[in-house]
Design a protein around this ligand. Sequence first.
Ligand code: MG
Length: 379
Amino acid sequence: MKTTLSVIKADVGSIGGHVRPSAKLKDAVEHYVRDHGRGLVMDTYFASTGDDIAILMSHQHGVDNPKIHELAWNAFMAGTAVAKEQGLYGAGQDLLKDAFSGNVRGMGPASCEMEFEERTSEPFLFFAADKTDPGAYNLPLYLGFADPMHCAGLLLSPAIAKGYSFTIMDVSYTEGDRTIELKAPEELYDIACLLRDNERFVVESVHSRATGEIAAVVSTSRLHNIAGKYTGKDDPVALVRAQGSFPATGEILSPYRLAHYVAGTMRGSHNGPLMPVKLNSGVSFFDGPPVVSCGGFCVHHGKFTEVVDLFDHPFWDWVRNNAARKAAEIRMQGFSGPAMLPYSELEYGGVVEKMGQLDKRFTVRKQPAAGNGRKKKAA
Ligand code: MG
């Protein structure tokens, strides 16, 4: 019996700006899935991260199942109705199409899914990030699966010493899914060469080279590629299997101590540190900093254990303090240089329009022609 894990998430409205969905909105989404998912899904878990709600489902229908996607879509529609009723900010903002058409991909919500034969014990981690985009997972996945500085098992465990293959997507290509598969450790430098560009190349999945099994999946959709304009950041979700032929839970989490700088935060147009936070946290400072939450589970015959909130531990308080310091540091320089994203990535049209207007006001100064009367001074 194969089990499928599906995470589908969306921002359909929040309190006090882009901060956190209301309890009533979350209830509406949960109730819809519970009431209409009977006989379809085996178990569910719901969490919010910043202004997004993620629905985690286990079932036996494989990835890209239209009924599963429709269930999530309709649940977000039910949530949107409550958001409108309550006057929440950005009601329905991630639902970019009027009618559901088979799969949420390309319609606004983000999704990631994996299907596998359950092991005797099947631990996995569910990540949800807000105020950033899918490339935020590039560095943690690279370090957690391919660098023995974080993944000690690459040295110590024969079960994972063969390494992993990375499927990387070129998310700037909009005609279809343009991907490449690269193997660690032989092609580490090629992987790094692509993953340095978080806005263009994104880890879509990771597989074990020892067993061929799926190890990790990331949502890779970019909203501005779908809508053609800013409609919110691409706030990504990810699923990662742990232990056995995969890195240990602590090895997967280790890179998050870096709180590395990622694109996002205020108006989706700045760089900020990725702060690991507890499940159901909101955002605050400068509509950020970018946040990531992580729930740990075991799934057994499709049923989830209770969740372990993996960033709810004193160690991560220290990391959060460091992330806050890093956020304050980069904010010191406001709009200048790396604090704000380059024009190609700016999510708001205002500055681009302004540049168009200013462009017309530039003049090219006439250079004096050679030999027009100015005499060169004698050396
Ligand atoms: Mg969001």
